[in-house]
Design a protein around this ligand. Structure first.
Ligand SMILES: Cc1ncc(C[n+]2csc(CCOP(=O)(O)OP(=O)(O)O)c2C)c(N)n1
Ligand SMILES: [Mg+2]
Length: 284
């Protein structure tokens, strides 16, 4: 098993700085439109930094390279977060940042595979990403392609029955090249995820189905990296899941302390304020 990467070793930019850069780019895009799923982007930035700069194998200049690890965004509404990561990774040019969400932009507000280099699937109809990831992982195995498939999904998607069909299929086909990443921000469209359905401990469910299961603080970069390493290097004969507990709006205190909802409102004058707050926390 090797999905822990190689190409970022040449970079001397810290993962903390990568995560900060991703947060900054997402805020800049939000400012362009005066809106965006910024709470989600700020929350998941550490996971994306670890994925794109410590784990995934890809060629920025050739996003469709056959040997790349596939990173699927099941949650189309998180597109702003992935665009920021793709820009930081050099897959999308930074000068397109100002086109975010505009007509003819390659960065529509919801992720569209046919529009954007590095956007592997058109997500957004929630509960479908993991099923697609299962199919991709199976296909790669059958072609003897050693690439991994990473599927980023949300806690809201854990309430979709199709997710659990895919969970069973992943085990059935012994997909040890599939890593599911769950952004557990305890928020979905109509309130707290943990209040929405009878839930129990999420990690126990995945483990009971036969997945290699971890649950970590998704805003603790060291823990995130360790979890990716454990998932990719394990010799468990089936799929892996990492449940990341994240804080919406992470990194911008005045937003973190605001009443958190699925769509965190940021007033017109607050984008600049948020960027100033972020600037004060700039890591090396
Ligand atoms: C099948 C489907 N049902 C409903 C929606 C509408 N919807 C868009 S985002 C969302 C919230 C889902 O929960 P989660 O992704 O955890 O929300 P967040 O953490 O972003 O608040 C919903 C219900 C959808 N996109 N797809
Ligand atoms: Mg959520």
């Amino acid at each position: 098993m090797t999905a822990i990467r190689r190409q970022s070793a040449a970079s001397n930019v810290s993962l903390e700085r990568r995560a900060w850069n991703i947060r900054r780019k997402a805020l800049l895009m939000g400012e362009v439109q005066g809106q965006g799923y910024i709470g989600q982007a700020l929350g998941v930035a550490d996971v994306l930094a670890a994925a794109f700069f410590h784990v995934l194998e890809y060629r920025a200049e050739d996003p469709e390279w056959e040997g790349r690890d596939r990173f699927l965004l099941s949650i189309g509404h998180y597109a702003i977060a992935l665009y920021a990561a793709l820009m930081e990774a050099g897959i999308l040019p930074e000068d397109e940042l100002e086109t975010y969400g505009m007509d003819d932009s390659r960065m529509p507000m919801s992720g569209m595979a046919s529009y954007t280099p590095g956007m592997e699937i058109t997500g957004g109809s929630l509960g479908h990403g993991l099923g697609i990831a299962v199919g991709m992982a199976l296909g790669l195995k059958r072609k003897n392609n050693p690439a991994f498939v990473f599927n980023l999904m949300s806690d809201g998607e854990l309430g979709e029955g199709s997710t659990w069909e895919a969970v069973m299929s992943g085990v059935q086909y012994k997909l040890d090249n599939l890593v599911c990443l769950v952004d557990f921000n305890d928020q979905q469209a109509d309130g707290k995820t943990t209040a929405a359905l009878a839930r129990g401990r999420e990690e126990d469910k995945w483990a009971a189905f036969g997945w290699h299961t971890q649950r970590v603080d998704g805003n603790d970069l060291k823990a995130v990296v360790a979890a990716f390493e454990a998932a990719c290097k394990s010799d468990h004969p089936g799929p892996r899941v990492i449940i990341f507990d994240t804080t919406m709006c992470k990194g911008i205190k005045f937003l973190e302390e605001r009443e958190i909802t699925h769509f965190v409102r940021v007033e017109a004058d607050e984008w600049a304020k948020a960027l100033t707050v972020l600037e004060e926390e700039k890591p090396q």
